[in-house]
Design a protein around this ligand. Structure first.
Ligand code: XUL
Ligand code: MN
Length: 366
């Protein structure tokens, strides 16, 4: 299986601003980013419709930009694997898009998503991914969480109906995140999203896009999060990056933190032959200049490939094989009685050695 590497346009277009500091890089043009990604090893990209088409653009301008993007895509041999909408950055949605306490604002959010779905369709995106960054709360007294879930349900139902009505070959996904920018977001983990999807009118059309950083922010094991999505047949996409647990959203480059977690995520995706694009959603460091963003792109892809090679080594390692065969045999064998005095069976677990073999393989000493 040929792996497809993908980046959000917004990752490369990120200008290095943070809540305490101004941008450190000049803006990159999205069309330039599409060609640049292809030139630096990516076969695909994701975008928010607004990354390409400034909000408020007239239809003719939208069509011109889509036409130009499609031309770039054809020329560079790169495709669009997911579209979304930047419903989170505009002041009108400050108290929520789909969950706003104002019906008028909820309608605006749905219209905004629907328009972005149309853009995604025109770019050939098979997936519309929704990260509802404002669909949360700081003041729980302001909204019942049950009402929030019902509003989210109504919103997702309407968007799925929009896709069906137009006959688009497009699925929907939820990208969960526990918090930030809101104090708490309602769709916070893969588990929350899966339970929520089951309440929708067309649950088959909707899946999840787990992000490593978002799982780590909730203190969760990202490989386990992704496994839940895979197990439910709902892994519609993935966002790869790095993050120190239980902190603000760092969006570090893939491989920039949590080496072992990253290894087990790659191992899961590779062992399961997951066919989807390996999408990166990280930011070049604020210290990086315009030139350096392409090092960032190549670095993320290279980190994935190196980890995939480590997975291959792990899977082919003779001692690992022996240990895993031994572990599998326990399923049916009775453990030996350790001492006559104890009289009860005791198993010699070999996990210390196994864990060290992972360490050695990752460090390159094996
Ligand atoms: C935010 C995040 C977003 C989504 C796309 O944390 O991950 O960039 O991936 O809206
Ligand atoms: Mn993301």
């Amino acid at each position: 299986m040929k792996r497809v590497f993908s980046f959000g346009l917004w990752t490369v277009m990120n200008r290095g601003a943070d809540p305490f500091g101004a941008p450190t890089r000049s803006p990159l043009d999205p069309l330039q980013v599409i060609s640049g990604l292809a030139a630096h090893g990516a076969q695909a990209f994701e975008l928010h419709a607004e990354d390409l088409i400034p909000p408020g653009s007239l239809l003719a301008e939208r069509d011109r930009l889509i036409h130009e993007a499609r031309q770039r895509m054809d020329d560079a041999g790169i495709r669009c694997v997911a579209c979304g909408s930047d419903v989170f950055s505009e002041p009108i949605f400050k108290d929520g898009g789909l969950v706003s306490n104002e019906a008028r604002v909820r309608r605006l959010a749905i219209a905004r998503y629907a328009a972005a779905i149309d853009v995604g369709h025109l770019l050939g995106a098979p997936l519309f991914n929704i990260w509802g960054g404002r669909d949360g709360a700081e003041v729980d007294a302001s909204r019942s969480p049950i009402d929030a879930l019902k509003r989210l349900r109504d919103g997702f139902n309407e968007l799925a109906a929009h896709i069906a009505r137009h006959g688009y070959a497009m699925r929907l996904s939820i990208e969960p995140k526990p918090n930030e920018p809101r104090g708490d977001l309602y769709l916070s983990t893969v588990g929350h999203a899966l339970a929520f999807i089951a309440t929708l009118d067309q649950p088959d059309r909707v899946g999840v896009v787990p992000e490593l950083a978002h799982a780590a922010m909730a203190g969760l094991n990202p490989a386990h999060e992704i496994a839940h999505a895979l197990y439910a047949g709902k892994l519609f996409g993935i966002h790869l990056n790095g993050q120190r647990p239980l902190r603000f959203d760092q969006d570090l480059r893939f491989g920039g933190a949590n080496l072992k977690d990253s290894f087990f995520v790659v191992k899961l995706l590779e062992d399961e032959d997951w066919p989807g694009p390996r999408s990166f959603d990280a930011h070049p460091y604020r210290t990086t200049d315009e030139q350096g963003v392409w090092d960032f792109v190549q670095g993320c892809i290279s980190a994935y490939k190196i980890l995939a090679e480590k997975v291959r080594r792990f899977n082919e390692d003779l001692e690992v094989h022996q240990l895993l065969a031994e572990i599998r045999s326990w399923d049916v064998s009775v453990p030996p009685v350790e001492t006559a005095a104890e009289g009860s069976p005791r198993r010699a677990f070999l996990y210390d050695r196994l864990d060290h073999l992972v360490f050695e393989i990752l460090m390159g000493t094996r």
